[in-house]
Design a protein. Sequence first.
Length: 84
Amino acid sequence: MRLDPLRLGLAFGILWAFGVSFLACMARLFGWGVPVVEIIASVYIGFSITWAGLLAGVLWGLADGFIGGFLIAWLYNLLLPTDK
């Protein structure tokens, strides 16, 4: 069974964007996970616990998750045995 790289990429992107936004909200509202937000912010330009930073994190997370999911599906399909 082959995987659709675009759909898997979109699924990973949505999940990772949700995770990043949830983390930023928890850090902003309750102070939970602030060190993790700082680590991610060192990679995602503009990401912070502000509302504008949350939007930047969601966009970076969507792009990052999409690329990761796409590459996973592509590699999986590449490694599938060919039917002969």
